[in-house]
Design a protein around this ligand. Sequence first.
Ligand code: AMP
Ligand code: ZN
Length: 147
Amino acid sequence: PFRALQNHMASECAFCKIVQGELPAHKVFEDAQTLAFLDLNPITPGHVLVIPKEHHEWLLDLPIQIQGPLLETVQRVARAILKATNAQGFNVGMNNGRVAGQIVFHAHFHIIPRYAGDRLTHWPGHSGDERSLKDLCEKIAAAMEKR
Ligand code: AMP
Ligand code: ZN
């Protein structure tokens, strides 16, 4: 029962409160399973968060039936952002886990509109050596769970 309650709605979760109307938000779209609202600290103008209405902590907890509707909302909102602003592209991002910078533990996708000259920089990459690429490829492939 505890697990079920936690998955449905966490009483101290800010995003659940937005879903319940107990916290205000600049909502741009809502349907049966998903909600999209402006990030209070936009990386660029028009930065939107897309969440499942049900409380799930991170990507790995999202039930398969929610994944499709969630991505559909990401796509529809991104299209609306491109129409409503002069953004020419966008990044979709998701922080999963504290070490990845996740602060709100209610799964959410960031849609970050990109504007020519917005001066955001790309994640740094380091060229991989063949040995470790091969090694990691084998480890990850072997760790894949059956559906
Ligand atoms: P993260 O968990 O790292 O994706 O960060 C949480 C994001 O949610 C940050 O970008 C915050 O600016 C944003 N945020 C937190 N609380 C609210 C809120 N009540 N309304 C809108 N955005 C929020
Ligand atoms: Zn929540």
